[in-house]
Design a protein around this ligand. Structure first.
Ligand code: F6R
Ligand code: ZN
Length: 180
């Protein structure tokens, strides 16, 4: 593996083994409570980008992946811009997240459907245990940047969330974010 570097201020990756993916509003059909409001917005608007460094192929037992998620500020009818969210395909696998820049929320849901959220800010550290679905929301006015480290054999189960969602959603309230 050749040289890979991260910026210590933004956690942007450069060099070998770095891949990037992007989700625009058009990729997020059915993700927000108000689907009509989402469909009426600019479908090319970027909601988030993920950069990751993969030293081993996806699915390799015992390996790790390192990434950074960059989530733009915005909302769909008062519901903060957020990631799709997922359980890991190997449910028992955990993950670390840490806040790099911006203000946000890590929304967590266990397999009983119990939801809670943790405030994400530069320097915040979040341990996501196994069997817990996770998604990020941007509750601020600048891009939320969050580092992540997860097992290379964790995989992603998006289907469960696509079918039944999270039991609660994070909206802009008069006194800040409200989980409803
Ligand atoms: C990896 C992980 C993050 C997310 C990223 C985008 O296990 O949790 O790197 O993949 O924040 O969110 P999703 O994958 O839910 O679209
Ligand atoms: Zn994950």
């Amino acid at each position: 593996m050749g040289k890979t570097e991260i910026s210590l201020s933004s956690w942007a990756f450069t060099g070998e083994g770095v891949t990037e993916s992007r989700r625009v509003l058009g990729d997020l059909k059915g993700v927000f409570a108000d689907e009509a409001a989402r469909a009426a917005m600019d479908q090319d608007q970027v909601v988030y980008e993920v950069q990751m460094h993969a030293a081993v192929p996806e699915g390799t037992p015992g390996g790790l992946f390192l990434g950074v998620s960059c989530l733009r500020p915005g909302d769909v009818a008062g519901e903060y811009f957020m990631t799709k969210g997922h359980f890991h395909a190997r449910r028992e696998t955990a993950e670390y997240y840490w806040g790099v820049a911006g203000e946000g929320a890590l929304i967590l849901m266990d397999e009983n459907g119990d939801c809670r959220w943790e405030k994400v800010f530069p320097g915040s550290v979040h341990y996501i245990p196994g069997n817990v679905a996770h998604r990020l929301a941007n509750t601020g006015t600048e891009t939320l940047r969050v580092g992540a480290c997860w097992p290379s054999d964790a995989g992603h189960d998006y289907a469960t969330i696509a079918a039944s969602g999270f039991t609660k959603r994070l909206f802009k309230g008069p006194n800040g974010p409200e989980l409803r």
